[in-house]
Ligand binder design. Structure first.
Ligand code: SDX
Length: 428
């Protein structure tokens, strides 16, 4: 908790008045600490989806949903997206400060040196169902890292947690690209330690089909920026999952694998895939944008890529991604049809009071899919790319929790509305 002179709020209930301490965060936001509530009053709080609940104190990321602000360790996402690299941003998110040049080189070298996976792990990945969703396969593969690297699975050993951090960051792109190449019947490509992190991932994924020259540089910049934009987002569903699993002293591999599973849902990271499928459905069905939005407003479907639990303004990431999309998709004479459709859909929604009254704006997932598709990634790989970007955040939150003095196992309570006691018929 932040240092605070004792400020309190009073809860007046049948049994009396309970004073609860109030703490103020860096940006002046206040939180009421409830840890004495149940013991003092016998009452719990009911907050489905935890929309009103801060489950921890954290120094990693700050979001102001009303103002559309996102900062990693205090640095605005607009600065990092344009002026940083994914490895520099990952270092910042994980270790708390921007790296000195020597530190960044050491970090990059460690990732290069650990990018390979054991041959038997490669065989395990190759044996998984090739038509399986890559997120399911990747979560399974990441979980087994605890078996292949048992010497870095003890959360109580800082050196092991650091080694696991390097291994996860280094190997996730190798795992992801192998899963992808298996899915298209192509031979896996081993990491090439002469390439930087992003180029290596692109080459392991696309092999000789990877773009080169000016287009290759543009794609490297685009993938790097997209990974930066996804690096962390405070207590989103998947990061909260990593914290909950890690709170039981589960190893970092198990916790990250759980985060991958949480991210796969279409309400969360799976939305970038759902957006593209939505755009293709609109295109292929011939339905007008107006008629599609009527279906949304009648709640037949959701406008995927729109809305956010925290942002009630533009998601600052979607603004950066939209600019990037224009740079990539407008290169051709005729801009990508789905990008053009997405632009029209956004414009129509933002002119419609149904969306503006509910503060529904494009989120990080609205434009990423059209970019990934243009780069040649299949739709079911979009969320895998989200996971590679989010890995630094998951790792940072797992590590931060281990050192939190308030750290305890996550064990929420419930509001029971089931049957009162009743006996088995045999008990008469
Ligand atoms: C990510 O948390 C994070 O930080 C996540 C993320 C990250 O970086 O980790 O930012 C990444 O997950 C982005 C979100 C990706 N998901 C989608 O794009 C799926 C579509 N969006 C939603 O389903 C929805 O907006 C959520 C899940 C993102 C947020 O849901 P909430 O906060 O629970 O909002 P809600 O369901 O309470 O909606 C409030 C109102 C409701 O209408 P009313 O009942 O008040 O009339 O808005 C409506 C909802 O029906 N609404 C939508 C809508 N999202 C909300 N209506 C149509 N289309 C939508 N997309």
């Amino acid at each position: 908790m932040s240092d605070d002179k004792e400020r309190t709020v009073e809860l007046h209930y049948e049994g009396g008045v309970l004073k609860l301490p109030v703490f103020t965060g860096t940006e002046g936001e206040n939180t009421v600490e409830l840890k004495t509530l149940l013991g003092s009053t016998g009452m719990t709080t009911l907050d489905p989806g935890f929309g009103n609940t801060a489950s921890c104190s954290s120094k990693i990321t700050y979001i102001d949903g009303a103002a559309g602000i996102l900062r990693y360790r205090g640095y605005p996402i607009e600065d990092l997206a344009v002026h940083s690299t994914f490895l520099e941003t990952a270092y910042l998110v994980i270790y708390g400060e921007l790296p000195e040049p020597g530190q960044l080189k050491e970090f990059s070298d460690k990732l290069r040196d650990n990018a390979d996976i054991p041959a038997e792990m490669g065989a395990f990945i190759d044996a998984m169902p090739r038509n399986g969703h890559p997120m399911a396969l990747m979560a399974s593969a990441v979980n087994t890292l605890a078996a292949y690297y048992a010497d870095s699975a003890d959360p109580g050993d800082e050196e092991q947690v650091e080694l696991a951090t390097i291994r996860l960051m280094a190997k996730l792109p190798t795992i992801a690209s192998r899963i992808y190449r298996n899915s298209i019947g192509e031979t896996p490509i081993d990491p090439d330690d002469s390439l930087d992190y992003v180029d290596n991932f692109i080459r392991m994924t696309f092999g000789d089909n990877a773009p080169t020259g000016e287009l290759g540089d543009l794609f490297n910049k685009a993938v790097g920026m997209l990974l930066v934009l996804h690096a962390d987002h405070e207590l989103n569903c998947s990061t909260a999952t990593v914290r909950v699993v890690g709170s039981s002293q589960a190893d970092i591999f198990a916790s990250v694998a759980s985060g991958i599973n949480a991210l796969s849902g279409p309400s969360h990271g799976g939305a970038n895939q759902a957006v593209l499928e939505m755009l293709e459905e609109i295109r292929d069905s011939g339905i007008s944008i107006e008629d599609f939005l009527e279906k949304v407003k009648s709640r037949e479907v959701r406008l995927m890529g729109f809305g956010h639990r925290v942002y009630k303004n533009f998601d600052p990431r979607s603004k950066e991604i939209k600019v990037l999309a224009s740079q990539i998709l407008d290169r051709d004479e005729n801009p990508d049809e789905l990008f053009a459709l997405a632009l029209k859909l956004e414009a129509a929604a933002l002119e419609d009071s149904y969306f503006t009254e509910r503060k529904l704006y494009p989120n990080v997932d609205f434009y990423t899919g059209v970019i990934y598709r243009t780069m040649g990634f299949p739709t079911n790989m979009f969320t895998v790319l989200f996971a590679i970007g989010r890995l630094p955040g998951w790792v940072a939150h797992y590590r931060e929790q281990l050192h939190d003095p308030a750290f305890r196992i996550a064990r929420p309570r419930q509001h029971y509305i089931g049957s009162a006691e009743r006996r088995h018929p045999s008990q008469g």
